[in-house]
Design a protein around this ligand. Structure first.
Ligand SMILES: Nc1ncnc2c1ncn2[C@@H]1O[C@H](COP(=O)(O)OP(=O)(O)OP(=O)(O)O)[C@@H](O)[C@H]1O
Length: 250
């Protein structure tokens, strides 16, 4: 069995009277693909925010490799290798695809060189092109963001989140904003690119076809708790999950 890359133990988080995380414990093996499901307000984003340092748990531990990362700033956690993409793509409209990628690369670079110098280094351009090629969007490199389809924007956003040394990628609804007929092709590309880079993937998703097709394991959230943690078929046929999450038999 692969070693664990992320180990969350007994994590709790409340916002006033609302408990958004209750006794959350989960171990994610290196290279696994996990999806997080649950209705609105179930606690999925709170989980992602705690792992990425945007929210500090009230108690519990989050171990990344052999280090407890609770209390570290998002920037420190990103530099350690836990990256994320948001539901709404974080792109700069005034720049081309390649320029956006160069900005992401310069932000993630660990060298002491100035931001602009880093963006102009030939190695940076090579790295940017390699990532764009991995996500099959190199042909769009000279186009400005507003000219791109929802699918290409999504691919660019995830490609940018991959800049630097990524060990865990957390994706918030990777197919939101993507046309229905583009969803599977986009997910095929994203998952192939992440798997070939050996990255562990944790993604929030409401579309059960995507969950079934792309995740190896599913965490079902309800009222701040994980009510199921198993293979997709097991989770989606669980009566509690059908009652509180999917609302229908799988
Ligand atoms: N910063 C915050 N301040 C106050 N309450 C919050 C905050 N973040 C989350 N909550 C509350 O915590 C609970 C869990 O929210 P969370 O965003 O984690 O749910 P979710 O499963 O991601 O929902 P959605 O699918 O709508 O994004 C909700 O009741 C939410 O209102």
């Amino acid at each position: 069995m692969s070693k664990s890359v992320l180990d969350v133990r007994d994590v709790q988080k409340s916002f006033g009277a609302v408990t958004a995380a209750r006794d959350i414990s989960v171990t994610v093996p290196e290279g696994a693909v996990y999806s997080l499901i649950g209705s609105n307000g179930a606690g999925k984003t709170t989980f992602v925010n705690m792992v990425t340092g945007y929210i500090k748990p009230d108690s519990g531990t989050i171990r990344f490799g052999d280090r407890n990362i609770v209390g570290l700033a998002p920037r420190q956690i990103t530099r350690m290798g836990i990256h994320r993409s948001f539901q709404i793509a974080q792109l700069c409209n005034e720049l081309t695809v390649e320029e956006n990628m160069l900005v992401a690369d310069a932000i993630h670079a660990k060298t002491g060189a100035s931001f602009l110098r880093r963006a102009h280094q030939p190695e940076a351009r090579d790295r940017a092109m390699a990532t764009l090629e991995r996500f099959n969007i190199a042909e769009h490199r000279h186009r400005l963001v507003p000219e791109l389809s929802g699918g290409v924007k999504k691919l660019l956003d995830i490609a940018m989140a991959m800049a630097g040394d990524t060990q865990i990628m957390m994706l918030d609804e990777p197919t939101s904003g993507v046309a229905a007929d583009e969803k599977f092709p986009i997910m095929d590309l994203v998952m192939d690119a992440l798997r070939s880079a050996g990255v562990t993937v944790i993604f929030v998703e409401h579309d059960m076809d995507i969950v079934t097709r792309y995740s190896e394991r599913v965490l079902a959230f309800y009222d701040g708790r994980i009510i199921a943690d198993d293979a997709p078929d097991e989770v989606l046929s669980d009566p509690e999950v059908q009652r509180y999450v999917t609302g229908a038999p799988a």
